[in-house]
Write a protein that binds this ligand. Sequence first.
Ligand code: NAP
Length: 279
Amino acid sequence: MTFVAARVIEAHGARIPLVGLGTWELRGRACVRVVEHALRHGYRHVDTAELYDNEREVGEGLRVSGVKRDEVFVTTKVWPSHFAPRDLERSVQASLERLQLSQVDLLLLHWPNPQIALRDTLGALCKVQRMGLARHIGVSNFTVALIEEAVKLAQEPLVCNQIEMHPFIDQSKVIAACRRHGMAIVAYSPVARGGVNRDKVLARIGKAHGKTAAQVSLRFLVQQGIAVIPRTSRLERLSENLAIFDFELSPAEMAEIAQLAHRDGRIVDYAYSGTPQWD
Ligand SMILES: NC(=O)c1ccc[n+]([C@@H]2O[C@H](COP(=O)([O-])OP(=O)(O)OC[C@H]3O[C@@H](n4cnc5c(N)ncnc54)[C@H](OP(=O)(O)O)[C@@H]3O)[C@@H](O)[C@H]2O)c1
C-alpha cells in the first residue's frame, strides 16, 4: 500500500500527512507545548479552527518547534456563522493573523450552514484560495448530498472532507462519495475521544500486535487510506499515536473491526441551523 509507506495521501495535488495533531480544547501554554513537542517528534500536520480559540498558540508552537514552515501541513476552518462571502474572507484573514502565517495549507468549511447559499460560500472559498490565503480548500461534516452539490458548484478542486471516523461509526457512504470525486478523507475523533480503550475487540487485536486499542483504531483508518488527527494533551501519547506504521492489520482483523460500527456510534452532532441528514 503505497499511501501507508509514503505516509501522505494525495488529493488534487494536496499531499496530506496521514497523521496529524488535533487541537480542539488545547489552550494557552499547554497548547503551545503540545504543538511544539508534536512537531519535534515527527508530526507534520496540525489541525485547528477559528472556533478552537487556539490559532495563536498553534502558530507559536509551530515557530518554537524550529521545524520549517513549508514542512508542516496546517489546516484551519471557517465557522458557519462566517459563510457569507465577505465574512469568510475576513475570517480567514483573521485566522492567518492569529497563526502569523501568510497562508494555510488547507482551509475547510467547518460545518454545513443551510442558511447561506452554498454557491456563495464556495465562491468565496475559491476566491481566498486564488488570493493565496490557502493552498488547498475543502469541507467538513458534508453529507453525500452536500458533497455532490459542492463539487458541482466549486470552481477549484475540493481536496478533502473532514468527518467523524473511528471503529464505532459507519461512514461508508460518505467515503464512497469522496472517493468518486478524488477527495481525501480526514478522520476526526479517530480514537472516539478515548472510547476505543474500553473496547475488548480492539484491546485483543492490539495485544496480538503489541499495540494499544487506540493504535489499532488509528491503524484501521490509515490502512484504508484515511488521514487521522488524534488530539492529546499528554506528551507520551504523541508518540503512541504516531507509532502505527510498524504493523499491519490482517484482512480478517480489518473486517472484525468494521463490525464494531453501530447506530449510536456518532459522537459529534451539533444542530447548527438544523442537524444535517446524516447518511
Ligand atoms: N471538523 C469537525 O467538526 C471536528 C469535530 C471534532 C474534532 N475535530 C478535530 O479532530 C481532532 C480530534 O478529535 P477529538 O479531539 O474530538 O477526539 P479524539 O482525538 O478521538 O480524542 C481525544 C481524546 O482522547 C484522548 N486520547 C488521545 N490519544 C489517546 C490514546 N492514545 N489513548 C487513549 N486516549 C487518548 C485524549 O485525552 P488526553 O488529552 O488525556 O490524551 C482526548 O481526551 C480535534 O482535536 C479537532 O482538531 C474536528
